[in-house]
Design a protein around this ligand. Sequence first.
Ligand SMILES: [Zn+2]
Length: 646
Amino acid sequence: MSDFAQTVKQQADIVKVIEGYIRLRKAGAQNYSGLCPFHKEKSPSFSVHAVRQFYHCFGCQASGDVFSFVGKIENVSFPEAVRIVAQKCGIPLPKREFSSPEQAAESRLRTKLLELHEAATAFFEEQLRGPEGAVAREYLAGRGLTPEGIKTFRIGWAPDSFNALRDLLSPMADNETLRASGLFSSKEVGTGPDGQPQFGPLYDRFRKRIMFPIANESGRVIAFTGRTLETGEKAGPKYYNSPETPLYSKSLVLFNLDKARTAIRQAEFALLVEGQMDCISVYLRGIQNVVATSGTAFTEQQVALLRRHTSQVLVNFDPDTAGANAAEKSIALLTEEGFTIKIVTLEGGLDPDRFIRERGVEAYTAALRGARRQSDYLIERARQLFPGTGAEQKLKQMNFLLPHIRRNPERLVRDQFAGDAAQKLGIDSTVLREELRQAALKRRDHIETRAANPADRPSLSPAWLSSMMGSDREMNRRLLSHASAAIQEGTQNVKESGPSTISRVEQILIRALAVTDPEFDQARRVATSAIASEPASFEHLAAFSVLQALAARGSKDAEAVVEDPGQRAMLAEALLGEANPPKENEVASAIQEIQERIIANRLRDLKASLAEASRRRDDAEVEALLQQKLELDRALQRLHLHRPGL
Ligand SMILES: [Zn+2]
């Protein structure tokens, strides 16, 4: 590790850095826990040790220091991770070090593209304030945006020009880089001698549009959405977005997450809306935990972004058909990822922006409070899609709901959902009830979401229907046994974190050997010398390899000498268990306990051999074994006598 990385590591607080990505709760004197961002889980098995500055996940064994965390979560190389942590902690960067020329080039390109986007944002803002921006200002004022709001979201105006932005940015970068920024367009004019397409001159991509910057999680602008104010054929699409660039991938960004993430963590839920205007409007009226999908389908990556901050989502999409379908898809995705979801439906068929402008923030907050559980919402939607109470309608309603029920990871949630559906839809058919029961019984992953065409849904098969015509008594019996199984499964699933793999005495030794505090050095020496001088006494322990590595670590960090994932888990388990390293006498008793246990085991074996030998009337053997037993008894006595504290 370079000197600079070392400095950054010393100044950075791993708890604060990790809290920038996921929610952590204090779980002990020195440690914090939360949901692991590297694997799916419902109860926290991810721990961070504040004093030793490492993290460990008992679920997926992810483990390491602040740089490894940032590298993993941001998907960047070590030098990049060092830079990010340094920036977070306000430590000025030295000249950069990169492990490969490609990395250096990529990093230079990204930095340049960020500069270009910053310059473009400032330019668009200036244009909005200027004479050409008058129409746009009027439009924005009409949508209830104040100058402060415009400033907060850095909304701008792209002038009616093919080269205004190009002329401004040309001195900052070469043509290749400008093209990569996505801020410009050019026509393909043919194919070069190398077979690569050739392009005409660059011109401004966004013209005569209101510009909404899209920021990454750190708040840097990485793309734009341009909204036209014109109508008619020449106006082009109403909303026009930046293309995918080295900075921007639309499936990886949630609009406004940079501004919303603190509020999301405080409120312990996120409000998910569809459009950027909805998001801006709601945010500026004080509901700050709001993010938008920007009109595209919610992606798995976006869910993962959200999961770093909360596991509860309020979905408030447009009430039109497209909005309802999008909501249904988002619910499906969020459900599979184990989120708790509620759905807001606004009166009068209004979108969030109009609702909050016309009825005020109190009415909107009241609507949020009245959000329905996903099951209630979906049951209602099933009734809307397939109105009526006839048998055929009920079957269609059921076929709509079954995939949604099956998707829930929690058995108890599935049970409740199925029960509600049966009751609210008035399902009295034994067969349909059994189908609901089956849906609750087993979760099915990743069922395709087919929101638009109900005919595409998987249906109840006729063969299955005829095979299910059992008696009602049989059904009741099965329902009962199923209910108790559900309750058992539910209680067993409460805790997901891994079982303890090492004993208390092993934990004491590991903690003693891993100390960094000189105050506990004597305890460390006791443990080190015991393991070095008599390894045979420790060989049978699960943590033997860890103990050996630690006993030989010298001045290296404990985390540096234990690399095997299984061993790291033991190290983490021991270190996260207790606040303070053990004192000398604790270590000595732990060693004694281990030795006593070995002797006790040998004595047990001896007794068995003795019984066997006396049955055979092998006096010589009995004599020899008795002699051994005597020695072991004495050894045990000696250990007791020397027990510290006695
Ligand atoms: Zn994990």
